[in-house]
Design a binder for this molecule. Structure first.
Ligand code: MSP
Length: 644
């Protein structure tokens, strides 16, 4: 089966930052993982170059728009090349083929009666390239998404009959619960559609930097709306409307996007595809936002993390590992050098790097670097079994888009490797003339390292190639089949010495981010205004849906010893396994009262440690002078039912 993986196409109004690198790393990892498994994979990335925003940025830079777009697009492409991103195509929306494909799609939708001409009057945010109804504006003027000033635009426009697709979309979401990942993000999309869809203006006459209308329509004062143009890149990259050979890869397996552009991908895009009679992508994977040291990144604060700067200081593969391991997919993450250094030192350097060094050292001393797996099963069948169970579990974490869990489980292999050395003490065996036992221990660890390197390869391709080189094999689909699927052991071989892979980092290697300015510069004022809105305790509906609330069933309840307040609960949220929730309700409820009852849980809070125990959710409760009571559904609901 073939696989088609995409990143969003990046606007060319500024250079890449860490958020762009994150999406690209995840998509690259999944593409590499599929290739390792032998799947015929096509991986697309590129740049989004049309629209008023780009036109204005070019003007500010004093350059012709195309030249400006060429320059910034090249910075993305060069960076991904430098980072060894394994894309199969880098698309630009200024490519002629793409523009022809967009025109073709427009004609198909028009012929179907899904596009009609009318007038549009509304508040337009140039930065977000979106119209907003007056009710959504902040102080009647500012964009609810970015806080910038909006303009009133009245223009003739072609409209896409989005309203016709409301029911079809809702049915599709219901029939394909795995369409939006993680599932916790689906409710915000479903509720938006249920709130009613208005037809979408898909052309503009107020500027010219966009895909021209098809000749057959003959209305050349219009250009295409940038989101119609941009979303279609996913099929024009495969030749839609031109040479359609690569359309065999459609539908996409997964479009990776940030949560801010989920609506475009989960509502507009499927509606466009339905109109074109094309199948829908299998998954939209929406990730969270990265902050720096807890603060939102912005150019004006000067705290944007440049992926190039981080990669130069710490190594791009370490950065890939950190970003994928640090944050559960879908949740927001924070980039801090401290957290990064901790993971480099403890997980990469200690758990993995030292294990490899120990094996090189021991094999050198005991057997002149020769590794022989002949006695591994005899002495280490227990470890082999444990290792195989872990190897078999890994694929499901990629399918569920949980790279952090994938890496967490993968790291258990290194614990087994380190544990077996600790337990069997090969140096003692050597002293006691039990050389074959000592060598079997060294060999089992070499095998653990080899299999782990294969599975780590999609995340850290170059580093794992060095490990494989030391262990005298190559990472490819053949070794994946034999070492991971067929569970074979390495043949007899001579180990090669390699320099330490992960030198410890003692001090931050980059300058720290400047602290937030006490007086925001002028351009931030609108954002401050938007934030002031919160003082009135009013939020936008989207902000509410950022909190994932779910019905849960308490399947286990225990007191936390030595704690006056805490109970330890296991709460079923309809996921693979119940979540552990540490709740401060012991003074008001006994464990027995809670068992098998239902509760309401905040399901997307960052996990926290309470008295040394992880808590993976928070219960909703109301408290006044009479005490505390839990908020519960009025009637029993299936565990995991979203509340909204
Ligand atoms: N051009 C559109 C996408 C069109 S796809 C058909 C666009 N471009 S963008 O350059 O503004 O953003 C690209 C991606 O970067 C988005 O997925 C967005 O979510 C992501 N990020 C931008 N800032 C981010 C963070 N601070 N953290 C994580 N990702 C963020 O939108």
């Amino acid at each position: 089966m073939s696989k088609y993986i995409t990143t969003p196409i990046y606007y060319v109004n500024g250079e890449a930052h860490i958020g762009h690198a994150y999406t690209t790393f995840i998509a690259d990892t999944v593409a590499r993982y599929n290739r390792l498994k032998g799947e015929d994979t096509f991986f697309l990335t590129g740049t989004d170059e049309h629209g008023q925003k780009i036109e204005e940025s070019a003007k500010k830079a004093g350059k012709p728009t195309q030249e400006f777009a060429d320059e910034i697009s090249a910075t993305f492409k060069n960076l991904w090349d430098e980072f060894d991103i394994s894309y199969d195509k880098f698309i630009r929306t200024t490519d002629e083929e793409h523009q022809r494909g967009v025109q073709k799609a427009f004609e198909v939708m028009y012929a179907k009666g899904d596009i009609y001409k009318d007038f549009y009057e509304g508040h337009y945010c140039v930065s977000c390239e979106t119209f907003f109804p007056e009710t959504q504006l902040v102080d009647g003027e500012f964009c609810p998404d970015c806080g910038r000033s909006t303009n009133i635009v009245k223009e003739e426009s072609y409209f896409f009959r989005l309203s016709n697709y409301e029911d079809k979309l809702l049915k599709y979401y219901e029939k394909h619960p795995e369409f939006i990942m993680p599932k916790s993000r689906a409710s915000e999309v479903v509720n938006f559609v249920k709130g009613g869809l208005r037809d979408l203006s898909v052309t503009r006459t107020s500027f010219t930097w966009g895909v021209q209308m098809p000749n057959s329509i003959g209305d050349d004062k219009h250009v295409m709306y940038v989101w119609l143009d941009a979303l279609l890149n996913y099929v024009t990259a495969l030749g839609y409307g031109n040479d359609e050979k690569l359309m065999k890869y459609w539908p996409a397996d997964i479009h990776f996007v940030g949560k801010d552009i989920l609506r475009f991908h989960a509502i507009y895009w499927p509606a466009f595809l339905m109109s074109l009679d094309l199948p829908l992508p299998k998954h939209i994977g929406a990730h969270g936002w990265w902050t720096r040291d807890g603060e939102k990144m912005s150019k004006s604060k000067g705290n944007v993390v440049s992926p190039k700067e981080v990669a130069d200081a710490y190594g791009v593969e370490n950065l890939r590992y950190f970003m994928l391991r640090e944050v559960p997919f879908g949740q927001d993450g924070d980039f801090s050098q401290r957290a990064f250094i901790d993971r480099i030192n403890s997980e990469l350097s200690n758990d993995l790097g030292n294990l490899l060094n120990r094996i090189i050292g021991m094999s050198g001393k005991y057997s002149n670097f020769k590794i022989d797996s002949v006695d591994v099963i005899k002495y280490h069948s227990k470890e082999i079994e444990q290792m195989n169970t872990i190897l078999d579990s890994l694929d499901s974490f990629i399918q569920k888009l949980q790279p952090h869990r994938y890496l967490e489980e993968l790291w258990r292999l290194f614990s087994i490797g380190n544990g077996v050395i600790q337990e069997y003490e090969p140096w003692v065996k050597m002293k006691n003339s039990k050389q074959d036992e000592a060598l079997a221990t060294v060999a089992v660890v070499a095998n653990i390292l080899a299999k782990a390197a294969v599975m780590l390869h999609p995340v850290m391709p170059k580093t794992t190639n060095i490990i494989a080189d030391a262990l005298n094999f190559e990472i490819n689909n053949k070794s994946y089949q034999s070492l991971v699927v067929d569970k074979k052991l390495l043949n007899t071989f001579t180990i090669k010495k390699v320099p330490p892979l992960f030198p410890r980092v003692e001090e931050p290697l980059m300058a720290e981010a400047p602290k937030a300015e006490p007086n925001p510069p002028k351009e931030q004022k609108a954002q401050v205004k938007a934030a002031n809105k919160e003082d009135d305790n009013l939020i936008e509906i989207g902000q509410f849906f950022e909190t994932s609330l779910k019905v849960g069933t308490v399947v286990e309840a225990q007191e936390v010893p030595k704690s006056k307040k805490l109970l330890k609960l296991q709460v079923d949220l309809g996921e693979d396994k119940p979540r552990q929730v540490i709740a401060g309700i012991k003074e008001f409820y006994s464990p027995d009262e809670l068992l098998n009852t239902q509760v309401c849980v905040v399901a997307n809070l960052k996990p926290a440690k309470l008295m040394g125990m992880m808590s993976e959710g928070m219960l909703l409760a109301a408290k006044d002078e009479d005490g505390l009571c839990l908020v519960r559904p009025e009637k029993p609901k299936k565990a995991g039912t979203p509340i909204g």
